[in-house]
Write a protein that binds this ligand. Structure first.
Ligand code: NAP
Length: 344
C-alpha cells in the first residue's frame, strides 16, 4: 500500500467537512486507489498546529476543535508552526489551502501554494483568492514542476465545473459564462420578494447563524466578482483580477425594486456575466431582471453557472442545496484526482 501524506492549512468549516468525508471513506479509497491517505499536518490561526509524520488521529483532531476549541497542547505533535513553516518544512505530498479568503490580494494563500509547488508538492485550494489573483502564475508553476493543482471548491462549493471543463469540454472553447455565483445574495433577493427589507433579512440571518456579521463581501458583489474572475481565468485564460470586473452589488436595491420586478413577471438577480469579445476580456456583476420562467429563477436554485461553448452550445450546472458537505466533497474529490493522476 502506498502512502499519501497530506498537510492542511486551515481546519474550519471546509477542513472539518473534508475530514469527515475522508474518515468515512478511508478504506474505500485504499481499495480503489491503493493509497493510504494520512493527514500529517494541520495548521490553524488560533488553535495550534499538529505535525505528526506518522499520521494524525483525524477523528480526535475534529473532536478536539469542536469540543475543546483547540488541539491538545500535550499532544506530542503539538507545535507553534505558522502556515508558511508548514509549507516549507513539513513532510507532505499534497498541500490543502483552506484558509480564509483575502479578497484584496489573494495573499498569503498564493504564497502557500507557490511554496508547496516549488517544493514539487501537489496543491489543492478551496480558497478562491489565488485563482482570482494569480491563476496563470500558479498554473504555469504547476506545469513547470510537474505537479497537480486543483481548486474545484472555489466556485459553487464543489459543483463539478472545473472537472467537467477538464474532462468533458477539453476540446470545446468556452466563449461566455453567465450565472448566479453568490448564494447569500440570491437568498436575500428571494426574501425581499416576500416584502422584507434587507436589514430585517440580515438580522434574521445573523440570529439564525447562517449569515456573517460582515456581509459586505457578498452584498457588495466582491465574492461574485472573485468567482467570475476565477471562471474567466481558468476557462478562458483571461489573465484578469477582480479589479477588472465591472461590479455593482445589491446594497442599494430596495424592496420596491424587487417587488416591481415580480409585478412585471420577472425576478431581480445578481447576475455574473463575462467572456471574450473581439479578443478583449469583459466581466460584469450587476443586479438584473430576468423572466420568472427562466431556469435561473427557480425557487430552489441556490447558484447556477451557464457556459457558452463552440462545440457543445450552452450548458449549465445548477446547485440546489447548500451544505458544508459539498464544500468538503470538492476538496475530497480534488484529492482523489491527485491520487488518480499520480498512480498512472
Ligand atoms: N465554508 C464553505 O462552505 C466554503 C465554500 C467554498 C469555499 N470556501 C473557502 O474555503 C476556505 C476555508 O473556508 P472555511 O469556511 O473553512 O473558513 P473558516 O471556517 O473560517 O476556517 C478557516 C480556517 O483557517 C485557519 N486559518 C486562518 N488563518 C490562518 C493562517 N494564517 N494559517 C493557518 N490557518 C489559518 C483558521 O484558524 P482558526 O480555526 O484558528 O480560526 C480556520 O481553521 C476559504 O477560503 C473559503 O472561502 C468555503
Amino acid at each position: 500500500m502506498k502512502t499519501c501524506k497530506v498537510a492542511m492549512l486551515g481546519f474550519g468549516i471546509a477542513g472539518r467537512a473534508f475530514s469527515r468525508i475522508l474518515l468515512d471513506n478511508h478504506s474505500d479509497i485504499a481499495e480503489k486507489t491503493g493509497y493510504d491517505v494520512q493527514i500529517v499536518t494541520i495548521s490553524t490561526a488560533t488553535r495550534g498546529t499538529l505535525n505528526k509524520p506518522e499520521g494524525i488521529d483525524l477523528a480526535e483532531a475534529v473532536r478536539a476543535v469542536e469540543e475543546d476549541g483547540h488541539f491538545d497542547r500535550n499532544d506530542s505533535g503539538y507545535c507553534e508552526w505558522s502556515a508558511m513553516d508548514v509549507v516549507d518544512q513539513a513532510d507532505y505530498d499534497v498541500l490543502l489551502e483552506l484558509t480564509p479568503l483575502n479578497i484584496e490580494t489573494g495573499q498569503p494563500a498564493i504564497d502557500h501554494l507557490k511554496g508547496a509547488m516549488s517544493r514539487g508538492r501537489h496543491a489543492i485550494s478551496a480558497n478562491k483568492g489565488p485563482i482570482a489573483w494569480a491563476y496563470r502564475e500558479l498554473r504555469d508553476l504547476a506545469k513547470e514542476k510537474g505537479v497537480c493543482f486543483y481548486f474545484e471548491t472555489t466556485v459553487m462549493a464543489g459543483m463539478p465545473i472545473f472537472n467537467m471543463a477538464d474532462y468533458c469540454l477539453e476540446y470545446a472553447k468556452v466563449s461566455e459564462v453567465k450565472g448566479i455565483l453568490n448564494a447569500t445574495t440570491n437568498y436575500i433577493l428571494r426574501q425581499m420578494e416576500l416584502g422584507l427589507p434587507q436589514e430585517t433579512i440580515y438580522e434574521n440571518g445573523r440570529k439564525g447563524g447562517f449569515m456573517e456579521a460582515d456581509l459586505s463581501m457578498d452584498v457588495d458583489g466582491f465574492d461574485a466578482a472573485a468567482k467570475l474572475t476565477a471562471l474567466l481565468n481558468v476557462l478562458m485564460d483571461a489573465g484578469i483580477t477582480p479589479d477588472d470586473i465591472d461590479r455593482t452589488g445589491i446594497g442599494d436595491v430596495t424592496t420596491e425594486q424587487v417587488m416591481g420586478a415580480v409585478a412585471r413577471g420577472n425576478k431581480l438577480k445578481l447576475l455574473c456575466r463575462g467572456g471574450i469579445k473581439d479578443g478583449k476580456v469583459w466581466g460584469r456583476v450587476h443586479p438584473e431582471e430576468i423572466p420568472a420562467s427562466h431556469a435561473f429563477s427557480g425557487e430552489d436554485v441556490v447558484a447556477v453557472v451557464e457556459l457558452t461553448t463552440d462545440l457543445m452550445d450552452r450548458l449549465s450546472i445548477v446547485q440546489y442545496g447548500l451544505e458544508t458537505t459539498q464544500t468538503g466533497y470538492g476538496v475530497f474529490i480534488d484529492l482523489m484526482r491527485v491520487l488518480r493522476e499520480t498512480s498512472r
